[in-house]
Write a protein that binds this ligand. Structure first.
Ligand code: WTA
Length: 650
């Protein structure tokens, strides 16, 4: 393994390359400013006009925005369908034979699906869902590998107005169960398994396990991907291909209200229970479509690849809904970047002539570590634009991405957004806004992002504070599924009248935003959100564990790693064995991606007088091995001292 190259000094300002600016959808600062201003000055007129010109409606809306804080309705009275906008409207134009999805499976199988063909496959699957008796408003869980059928399942649900919740294939049966129960899903759409690092991820087995506790589920549809043996419960489970035998070729898209729920995506919050973030139809689709054009500068001829899994919000907005609504060719790859070797991604870029490449800093860091010889074997000259999401991009990763992958010619759009925001909120329009490496740069049109202190007062320029969003935007979450009170409390009560992002940031003299990371008990591990409380709850379910506290620890590749402090029940002491077991336990309870990096056993945990665990102190211990913060509220200083000392001992 080679060492990552030392970052060269980074330029502080990278203007759009002239050639790029000349062809850009939004070219020059003035054009960006004009868009921004007109959206701020009259959001309803700005978004209303775009909704009419960029989307196809069955019935025009009466009102662009109905804002009863914190509840927004966009395009009320309008009738629309996401699947229609992603498929049918393109099949009426020259795009009908354009590739909608270019897919490559990990074993190397390849499929190129045109818009017309995707429309046909989605209709056929929608027909199968109708055969099972599903109706508009019923809910579906999608637990699939990264194969076209995941997108087909999403689009078929959208076509019928069946809100879906995609559960990332790396989640365990336990996590799947909790999501099925919260959504009260009627159907689960899954596969026998998928391929990852040459091994089969057995999805149907996890579904069987979860369904022992999910009485609302009436049907399971299983796509045959790997061909391994699976159990089919008679009367409940159906093969996708068997249902398909009698499917219809045409199923009309249901004319849905603009605010009809499109999907619920569960994400980690500050409690042990994941939050079901609700996105609806018209507004969400508009924001995804526009950001494809503004941030990714999408052109008819582009081949666009976002490496995210459909199980995360990036996979929803920028693998499926955004690209297809905008008529793009979107690339899907099933497997791991290192299979069969560390140049798999670069092979794919050259093979399919990818022109826009969107990935995460954690992936970039992992690839840097393997050495430049992997990308150097490939031309990569089809790429014209790079994108990054998930966490702040560190200087070494920025420099490498720009030089080695982008050949020093491609802008990098660093896109800040969240599951809750639905689409990109802060990012450069690459033909307009000069980049500053490490900064997301400027907000999207109409978005008023401010940085405030604990009391909601603006902090001075350059100072750190909480990032809040002051104006409603079309793609915003509408509520937490089944829990409007938690929605109000979590997002709208910290700073009255504003959306609280949970991120710290600062804004510099040019108005550029620098995101500094989470301020709540949410960790960011490999660009995935994990809640400390969720892992703590998993740990205390283990019979040997009395109490636990979990914090994120800085990690070279994954950004943060999960570090758990654990106190054991009396009489239990086999630390070595338990350390291994507890890491495995968390992987089983939540999913392998949540497996802790480290378990530290301790006699007691540092607590305030009221009994709250002081995670801040533990964070300091794992970060700097010393504690400098205020400790006057600590109940027992000895606990802290022995924890700090532990590091020096080992
Ligand atoms: C972080 C992913 C800095 C941030 C789309 C946010 C980022 C959380 C960036 C949301 C970025 C995402 N720069 N930080 N470009 N993008 N984040 O919901 O902490 O999985 O709050 O959505 O990731 O994660 P989520």
């Amino acid at each position: 393994m080679t060492q990552p190259a030392k970052p060269a000094t980074l330029p502080t300002l990278v203007p759009p390359p002239a050639e790029f600016a000349a062809q850009a959808n939004v070219s020059g600062m003035e054009a960006y400013k004009a868009l921004y201003e007109s959206a701020v000055n009259d959001p309803a007129a700005f978004w209303g006009h775009l909704a009419e010109t960029e989307l196809d409606w069955f019935q025009r809306f009466d009102k662009a925005l109905d804002w009863q804080p914190p509840f927004a309705k966009w395009f009320s009275g309008g009738k629309i369908n996401v699947s229609y906008n992603c498929l049918d409207r393109h099949t009426k134009t020259a795009r009908k034979n354009k590739a909608a999805i270019i897919f490559e499976g990990e074993p190397g199988d390849q499929r190129i699906i045109t818009y017309q063909e995707l429309h046909r496959l989605v209709c056929r699957f929608a027909s199968s869902l109708l055969t099972l008796g599903l109706e508009t408003g019923d809910r579906a869980i999608i637990y699939m590998p990264m194969i076209p059928e995941a997108a087909i399942a999403m689009l078929a649900c959208a076509r019928l107005g069946i809100p879906h919740s995609v559960v990332f294939g790396g989640f365990s049966a336990e996590a799947l169960k909790a999501r099925i129960q919260d959504l009260e899903a009627k159907v689960v759409l899954t596969a026998d398994g998928g391929w990852r690092r040459g091994k089969e991820v057995k999805l149907k087995e996890a579904v069987d396990e979860a369904l022992k506790f999910c009485p609302t589920v009436e049907h399971v549809v299983v796509y045959q991907r790997t061909g391994s043996a699976v159990h089919l419960e008679s009367g409940r489970d159906h093969w996708w291909h068997v249902l398909d035998e009698t499917a219809r070729e045409e199923v009309p898209a249901v004319e849905l209200d603009s605010e009809h729920p499109l999907y619920v995506l569960y994400t980690s919050g500050t409690t042990g229970k994941p939050k079901g973030i609700l996105h609806t139809t018209g507004g969400y689709l508009l924001q995804c479509t526009m950001t494809m054009k503004w941030v990714f500068d999408l052109k008819e001829s582009d081949t666009y690849w976002c490496t995210a899994d459909v199980g995360w919000v990036t996979g929803h907005s920028y693998v499926v809904y955004g690209p297809l609504s905008a008529g793009a060719t979107t690339v899907m790859y099933e497997g791991a970047p290192d299979t069969p070797a560390f140049d798999r991604w670069w092979r794919l870029v050259d093979k399919y002539k990818v022109s826009i490449f969107y990935t995460s800093p954690t992936a970039i860091r992992a690839l840097i570590r393997q050495g430049d010889h992997w990308p150097e074997r490939h031309k990569l000259d089809s790429i014209r634009l790079l994108g990054s999401v998930g966490e702040p991009i560190n200087p070494a990763a920025w420099e490498w991405f720009h030089r080695v992958i982008g050949g020093n010619r491609c802008p990098i759009v660093d896109t800040w957004w969240q599951t809750e925001t639905g689409a990109i909120m802060i990012a450069a329009m690459p033909g307009a806004v000069p980049l500053k490496p490490g900064s997301g740069t400027l907000p999207m049109p109409g978005l008023v992002a401010e940085i405030v202190d604990n009391h909601g007062n603006l902090v001075p320029e350059g100072h750190e504070g909480f990032l809040i969003l002051k104006t409603p935007w079309p793609g915003m979450l509408r509520t937490i599924w089944g829990d409007p009170e938690r929605f109000k409390e979590q997002y709208w009560s910290k700073v009255p009248g504003a959306y609280f992002t949970g991120d710290a940031a600062r804004r510099d003299k040019d108005g550029y935003y620098w995101i500094l990371g989470r301020v709540d008990d949410v960790m960011n591990v490999s660009g995935h959100r994990l809640s400390t409380m969720e892992i703590e709850s998993a740990l205390v379910r283990h019979p040997a564990v009395a109490e636990s506290a979990v914090v994120g620890k800085p990690h070279e590749i994954t950004g943060q790693a999960v570090c758990c402090f654990v106190t054991l029940k009396k009489g239990i002491s086999d630390h070595e064995k338990l350390g291994v077991e507890l890491r495995q336990w968390v992987a089983h309870e939540i999913g392998p991606f949540a497996r802790p990096e480290e378990i530290r056993f301790t006699e007691a945990l540092p607590k305030t007088r009221s009994g709250k665990i002081m995670r801040r102190l533990l964070r300091e211990i794992v970060t700097s091995h010393t504690v400098a913060g205020d400790v006057t509220t600590l109940e027992d200083m000895n606990v802290l001292t022995s924890l700090s000392a532990q590091h020096d001992e080992d």
